[in-house]
Design a protein around this ligand. Structure first.
Ligand SMILES: Cc1cc2nc3c(=O)[nH]c(=O)nc-3n(C[C@H](O)[C@H](O)[C@H](O)COP(=O)(O)O)c2cc1C
Ligand SMILES: CC(C)CC(=O)C(=O)O
Length: 364
């Protein structure tokens, strides 16, 4: 047997070996030239960490709160669709791993296990990601089911009025497996032989008219806090606060939507500055190392979410694989804190990193 993986990148290799090409391409792929896909990862590499020395780091506490819920570290599971394509136990395996790691999980609207199955499988704190469908009644029902089943927040995804153009999925004629929550509520048949069936399904269901006024509608149908996922500018962060959201996720959907949108870590600070600490700002996209988590926190994120790394763990080793991936990132983050001289997440400050922008400013 090959040596055990020691980092997230090696889990991606294992997942590639374990999965049929169509599924691996769906999980790993992104939009068009995949420029933003590379940038999400590369932009982290352009940020350096400025450690403090001679700090007593014999005790490190990574714990924090996200929307008021205590969690063992500022790392959360991002909502990603269709986990049964990665492993037969699907989102239930992911949720059990989240619970074992004391990590918050965001369940995708497009899951293969139902909200009820996931809720009854574990005691992890769970948030529910919402897509707003043309059939608003279906989305509203899902919000109610999530609330009834103990999910603690609604994360509404706002970067997907239409699905991005994912060329591997087009070539592979990507399928649409059953989205369990929607069984009996909406037809999932796709009558198309050309290109990605997933794209055709998305075009038939997602509501491209979703706009700012609909956040008020969403807030009116739930008591749960509403978080918007997909903010990339200070302008939109300010609008999000105006309509009264409880939090923001700086996200480009793992580069699967608008290619040439900025790497998320490069716009985090702009959003954080606009929000001025009034609501929490989370970030996802390209987080592959504990050092990335540290950099995001230094630039003002409350926490990060991880998407593909979780799927790679699930595909390679099921529930155990997800646990290993989360624990790897937690261990790396803990070591980074120690080596940077930070004993708690509050000790991580803007002065602990230098961005390209900072270096440029130093030269002029
Ligand atoms: C295979 C896959 C499926 C995804 N499905 C969803 C989804 O159903 N809803 C959603 O809001 N975001 C979805 N995302 C985006 C993630 O929530 C997250 O923004 C992204 O994966 C973060 O980037 P990373 O994969 O580099 O960690 C998906 C991402 C991937 C890779
Ligand atoms: C079912 C899809 C719409 C899930 C998704 O958001 C994605 O593949 O990026």
């Amino acid at each position: 047997m090959a040596a055990e993986p020691v980092n997230v990148k090696e889990f991606e290799e294992l997942a590639k070996q374990a999965l049929p090409k169509m599924y691996y391409d769906y999980f790993a792929g992104a939009a068009e030239d995949q420029y933003t896909l590379k940038e999400n990862v590369e932009a982290f590499k352009r940020i350096t960490i400025q450690p403090r020395i001679l700090v007593d780091v014999s005790k490190i506490d990574m714990s924090t709160t996200i929307l008021g819920y205590r969690t063992s570290s500022p790392i959360m599971i991002a909502p990603t669709g269709m986990h049964k394509l990665a492993h037969p136990e699907g989102e239930v395996a992911t949720a059990k791993a989240a619970a074992a790691c004391d990590t918050i999980m965001a369940l995708s609207f497009s899951s293969n296990c139902t909200v009820e199955e996931v809720a009854s499988s574990c005691n992890a704190v769970r948030f529910f990601q919402l897509y707003v469908y043309k059939r608003r009644d279906v989305s509203a029902l899902m919000v109610q089911r999530a609330e009834r089943n103990g999910f603690k927040a609604i994360i509404v995804t706002v970067d997907t009025p239409r699905l991005g153009r994912r060329e591997a999925d087009i070539k592979n004629k990507m399928i649409t497996p059953e989205l369990a929550n929607l069984k009996g509520l909406i037809s999932q048949e796709v009558d198309s032989d050309k290109g990605s069936k997933l794209e055709a399904y998305a075009a038939a269901t997602l509501d491209p008219s979703l706009s700012w006024k609909d956040i008020a509608w969403l807030k009116s149908i739930t008591n749960l806090p509403v978080v918007v996922k997909g903010v990339l500018t200070s302008e939109d962060a300010l609008k999000a606060m105006e309509v009264g959201v409880a939090g923001i996720v700086v996200s480009n959907h793992g580069a699967r939507q608008l290619d040439y949108s900025p790497a998320t870590i490069t716009v985090l600070e702009e959003v954080v500055d606009a929000v001025q600490g009034k609501i929490p700002v989370l970030l996802d996209g390209g987080v592959r190392r504990g050092t990335d988590v540290f950099k995001a926190l230094a630039l003002g994120a409350q926490a990060v979410m991880i998407g593909r790394p979780v799927i790679y763990g699930l595909a390679a080793r099921g529930e155990n694989g997800v646990k290993t991936v989360i624990n790897m990132l937690k261990d790396e983050f803990e070591l980074t804190m120690a080596l940077a001289g930070c004993c708690t997440v509050k000790d991580i400050t803007r002065r602990h990193v230098k961005t390209e922008h900072d270096r440029h400013r130093c030269r002029i």
